[in-house]
Design a protein around this ligand. Sequence first.
Ligand code: GLN
Length: 483
Amino acid sequence: MSLAGYSIDSIRAGLIEKKFSAEELAREALAYAEAENPKTNGYLTLAPERALAAAQAVDQKIAAGQDPGPLAGVPVAVKDVIVTRGLRTTCGSRLLANYIPPYDATAVIRLEQAGGVIIGKTNCDEFAMGSSNENSAFGPVRNPAALDRVPGGSSGGSAAVVAQGTAVVSLGSDTGGSIRQPASFCGVNGVTPTYGRVSRYGLTAFASSLDHIGPFSRTVRDSARLLQVIAGRDEMDSTSAFAPVPDYVGLLDSAALDGNVRGKKIGLPKQFFEGLASETGDLILEAVGVLKKLGCEVREVDLPHTPYAVACYYVIATAEASSNLARFDGVRYTSRADSASTLADMYRVTRNEGFGAECKRRIMLGTYVLSAGYYDAYYLKAQKVRALVARDYAQALEQVDAIVGPVSPHPAFKIGELVDDPVAMYLSDIYTITGDLAGIPCMSVPCGTTREGLPVGLQIFTRHFAEAEMFRLAEAYERASTS
Ligand code: GLN
């Protein structure tokens, strides 16, 4: 049975009214995921034992008259770069095909404590490097909206399973757009919180200064609920923020929402609309029209350093990746090549056989930009550009309450279409990367489909830690555009 008709709230109500038990729902969800997964390859591993144990614990709490938690009985999927104790975590890499982590990520602990039921782990680009999910060692994911197309990446599996109705919500990770871009391609909501809002403990590091964990969902409200559960300071991640977590969901209730959106100032970055004469551009402008009808005041804003963002990102992200991926060496982590005769050979052969082409490309690029002779010319310069991009947003967000624009210049492309052109692939993140460089919250909200039926997402950015504002705008838009 598809989970597409369920929300976190409707599951809670169903459990309390005894329409179904958490165990029944988990069994149905697992059976449906198993039956449907061959269409999309969204899941790499299903977790029946873990799911049923979590569901039974929810049922026992309800029977005992205890609060079963804000995610009670909700089938959740988790991207396979987020570690789960005792449950295979591959990071989409052949190197970790059999890796069973000895601990849980903080976000996983929190969602299970809240009553969430982890159904399985989702496919992704190897070590979260990619924009199409074609860099997974376990085969591409197919977009449920059009099976010959990519779901976006790198969290393609997490977006696809929510769109397909084999999970109600899921967790993904975003370093340069990997939550928002697949959300946009698959027609679901995807949220990249403020950097530090959610603990990265247990998220396999790609580029640590840019990595975020965040939710996918069908409704804005469900993303707000899931973020509320996983957000907040964690002793295990020194970059997690102390800032208190507001009641995101409470702030979406009608009384609180009404009037809040009216009069809000919305900025359209002129750099995001230059050359966007396409169906995507039309859908974004239609969505802006809806915001205007809601009483928002729309004006143009300038983010002058946007053209440098992709280059800046691919210096910083590859530099950090080259260092972070050093641990996958056949000694500290990963399977080990047994054909080598010397220690140096063992490292070389293990890494050569284990990593896919994209990871190798990035390790080489990152090592190059950090090398003594080039550090100042590339890495240091990229850090300076990053500061300028962040300043663009800070200045624009002094004039407006939120910035909106497209998530991606185009909807989902065909599987195989861009694999031989890494630069074209990198450019598909042109509108998402700046949000990560600035560390501000941003999300993708579905805003319609092209004539071919391909989903398009509207991107919303707000100030640091202003997720509540972002959700309110998104919720108002969702209500106005779906009513
Ligand atoms: N597509 C971008 C990249 O390949 C972003 C990846 C991500 O956000 N994890 O690096």
